[in-house]
Structures are given as structure tokens and as C-alpha cells.
Design a protein around this ligand. Sequence first.
Ligand SMILES: Nc1ncnc2c1ncn2[C@@H]1O[C@H](COP(=O)(O)OP(=O)(O)OP(=O)(O)O)[C@@H](O)[C@H]1O
Length: 246
Amino acid sequence: MVAPPDNDVLWARGLHHAHGGTSALAGVSVGVREGEILAVTGPRGSGKTTLLKCLSGQLVPSEGEVWFNSAPVHTLSSPSRERLRLDRFGWIDTEPHLVPELTAWENAALPLLLRGTGTRSAKHTAVEWLDRLDVGMCANRRPARLDQSQRQRIAIARALATTPQVLFADEPTAPLHRSDGTQVLRTLTTAARSHQITVVLATHDPEVATLADRSLALLDGRQSGAAAEAAGSSDEESRAACSLSV
Ligand SMILES: Nc1ncnc2c1ncn2[C@@H]1O[C@H](COP(=O)(O)OP(=O)(O)OP(=O)(O)O)[C@@H](O)[C@H]1O
């Protein structure tokens, strides 16, 4: 077992995984630098979700290694991986999965409260993120009284509220209208850049991938191209392109 290069916050080599008899990953390797936004692209069923789940410790690959800094994620016990996810990682799903009984701010504050942050401080942080995502006015409403776009913004606020070291986002704007989705994604990437949060973003939409610094294309569980710089843009250019003041 060889530790990953120093400048990669997240690093995986030779990942294989099958769901039952269905192969989902067949030898994928990837490194992500601190503060980088990596898009994982590919058509439906190409292995994007499985890759994000292996990188975030939700799934243990059947072969291969996953490292988060100097921690070998693939060999950690289940409770240690759970701790890692709670303390260091954030996850945004395609569907928001909010707790229906809790208000928007309570949902956004939940990971902070689970970490032991006091209610007052957790509420303050949660409401700040709701404001940044343009849903501050919904803070006291429950999910049933919100539309899909508002619910997804709250799920994004919840993921950002802990300022995770790595944020995994699995098709986070798929259920939104295109213009709304683009705006939400710009807010998300701008917030990540300003807080040095590393993002691994799965998408089947090539336009969404242009907001990332690099992309890794998958096809049938394999890399269909080397991770490439976002088309036509250097790191500086792509950072400057997202100029929202989040
Ligand atoms: N829980 C599961 N049980 C059985 N097969 C699965 C399961 N999850 C994924 N698969 C299969 O593994 C392969 C990769 O799926 P995965 O969800 O990782 O791809 P994806 O690129 O994220 O697709 P999508 O864009 O549809 O979410 C597909 O063939 C899929 O049908």
C-alpha cells in the first residue's frame, strides 16, 4: 500500500466494484487536489454514483485503494468511515431527502447539531447558508411548504454548513429547471471555491461539467478519457468565471 501524492486530498487507484453480478467500476483511478472541483461525467449507468460512494466511504470497493489525505479509507472500519463522513465529508443527492418534521433551518443545522455544536451557533450558521442560497426567507418553513428548488437549496445549505473538506454532489441539479439548476450550481461552486472546499460532482450534463476545473469521463465503469482541464479554461479563468459573492 503506497500513500497518495501530497497534493491530492483524495486519491483512488484501480477501483473495481460490482452490485450483485453487475459490474459498476472496472479499474478507475483518480486524484483530486485540495480546493479543486472535479466533474465526473458519463451517461446513465456509467458508474458515477458508485465512484462517488467508493470515494466517500459509503461503499468499500471490491478491489483498489481510496485515500483521504493519509487515511486509507478502503481499510477503515465501518464506524471510522461513518465518522469520516460526518466530520470531513458532505453529500448532496439528486433528491433533497429533508426531514419532514423539521423546519428549513433545523434541517440545514442538523449535521452541526449532530457534531455537538450548540443550537444558537448552529442556527446562525444554517441561516447564513440559507441566505447565501437565496432561501433565507424559508428558514421557518417545513419541507412540505417548499417547492423542489427551495428544498434542494436547503439540502445544499445543509451540506455546506459544516464546511466539509470534500463535498460529493451526485447530479445535484437534475430535478431543477435548467436556468434554476445553473444558478444553484454557480452558487454551489462559488461557495466551494471561496471556502476552499474540494468538490466531486457527478453529472451527465456536459454544460454542468464546464463549471468544474477538470472532468473525468466514465463509460461502462471505465475511464473513457484522461481527466482534462475544463475546456478552454485555466484554473484562474474558471475561478474568475464564477464571480458571485458567496
Ligand atoms: N444497487 C444496485 N443494484 C444493482 N445494480 C446497481 C445498483 N446500483 C447501480 N447498479 C448498476 O451499476 C451500474 C453503475 O450504476 P451507477 O448508478 O453507479 O451509474 P451512474 O452513472 O451514476 O448512473 P445514473 O446517472 O443513472 O445514476 C449500472 O449498470 C447500474 O444499473
